[in-house]
Design a protein around this ligand. Structure first.
Ligand code: HEC
Ligand code: HEC
Length: 340
């Protein structure tokens, strides 16, 4: 039984470094009581108010792209739980399309590997990828840093966050991680139910929860709703996207992708790494009747000689009712995370 709502990690108390004008309290990173321990090394990069605010400004700044039109927030939109709403694959600079669907960036402090194929192992190393990607932001990091140095506000913000006005790669990446680490989504009705904070589930939702625990929770595990590992769940990838195999070159990894969290799933359509499924109904139809059988298909999806996870219409309705309890309006509307 959980007693109390949260336990607090006092991650950063760097008052000595603080700028005199910065009267705000330092930020405390809060790990929800129903989550596993975070993975990010906060000791190496404690969250401070000034660092968080700098990271937020960078996240929403289109000057991170070659032609100053695309920001991180263009594809990771707060009102869509930080995905690119209604986009099958990412849509970046010069109207170019990528080849994968934009995932949410909620709860990145618990991330072990990043991207659908797990090609990056540290949150601090993520931003150079979209910045350099020719179909996303198509810019060089050195140019970005130069733009920031010549800006009227950034040098002072770097000083508040890191002690001097030097704008360098490490500080840039640390500030972005400080912002992203604070994007914690853990206040859905489901969370309030499991933490006994007054959240209730209807009988349909609660039966959906039981079905989910029986049929889905091995991969969509813990209250992060992901085991943070890689599986082939039977989605047929494009011939050009071998998933995890591109990173490990192990043939057993062909067609495996990182299990996505299902938090705020109601808000993050379309679904799967290739954005091929438009609705939650289509996801459950896929699991019950359209799973594509290949040699690397996960054994959980081929039990007793049956391909897929057989589900009746009633079970699908209950599962969807449960998945909708994972929507966290507090997170989606949290003014701290919005462009200022
Ligand atoms: C053009 C759209 C686009 C832009 C701009 C963009 N992203 Fe992304 N983001 C994506 C896509 C698509 C993926 C998945 C890529 C993959 O798996 O190959 C992704 C993945 C991520 C992930 C990993 C999520 C996970 O669960 O593994 C993080 C973190 C992230 N982006 C942060 C950022 C930051 C920070 C910026 C700005 C520097 C940014 N993104 C800019 C589309 C975008
Ligand atoms: C064998 C592990 C496994 C099982 C079991 C499993 N999933 Fe998944 N799920 C995944 C993986 C891996 C993906 C991403 C696959 C891809 O994009 O190619 C995924 C994707 C999804 C998505 C899309 C998420 C997004 O953001 O695009 C939903 C929704 C989903 N699963 C729901 C369920 C439900 C409901 C069940 C139970 C009926 C279930 N899954 C069972 C591994 C699994």
């Amino acid at each position: 039984m959980q007693v109390g709502m949260f336990f607090f990690f006092l991650i950063a108390v760097s008052s000595c470094k603080k700028n005199q004008d910065d009267t705000k309290q330092d930020i405390v990173f809060t790990a929800p009581a129903n989550f596993p321990a975070p993975v990010y090394n906060f000791a190496s990069n404690p969250v401070t108010t000034a660092g968080f605010e700098l990271g937020r400004k960078l996240f929403y700044d289109a000057s991170l792209s070659r032609d100053n039109t695309i920001s991180c927030g263009s594809c990771h939109q707060q009102f869509n739980a930080f995905v690119h709403g209604a986009h099958i694959v990412s849509h970046g600079i010069d109207n170019k399309l990528g080849h994968r669907n934009t995932p949410t960036i909620a709860n990145m402090a618990w991330g072990i590997d990043f991207f659908w194929d797990g090609g990056v192992h540290q949150l601090d190393l993520v931003p150079p990828n979209p910045i350099k990607n020719p179909v996303e932001m198509d810019e060089q990091l050195a140019n970005v840093l130069e733009k920031l140095r010549n800006d009227s506000k950034y040098p002072q913000m770097f000083k508040s966050a890191f002690g001097t006005d030097e704008v360098n790669t490490t500080r840039f990446l640390q500030a972005m991680s400080q912002f992203m680490n604070m994007l914690v989504s853990a206040n859905s009705r489901y969370d309030k139910y499991v933490r006994s904070e007054g959240g209730t589930l209807s009988s349909e939702e609660s039966e959906g929860k039981t079905l989910f625990e029986q049929k889905c929770a091995t991969c969509h595990a813990t209250d992060l709703f992901t085991d943070r590992s890689f599986h082939n769940n039977g989605i047929q990838p494009a011939i050009t996207d071998s998933g995890r195999y591109a990173i490990t070159l192990d043939p057993l990894d062909i067609g495996k992708f990182k299990t996505p969290s299902l938090r705020n799933i109601e808000k993050t359509a379309p679904y799967m790494h290739n954005g091929s499924l438009p609705t939650l109904e289509s996801v459950l139809d896929f699991y019950s009747t359209n799973v594509h059988s290949t040699t690397t298909l996960d054994t959980l999806l081929q039990q007793n000689g049956t391909i897929g996870i057989p589900l009746t219409a009633e079970e699908k309705t209950k599962l969807i009712a449960f998945l909708r309890t994972l929507t966290d309006e507090d997170f989606i509307r949290d003014a701290r995370f919005a462009e200022q």
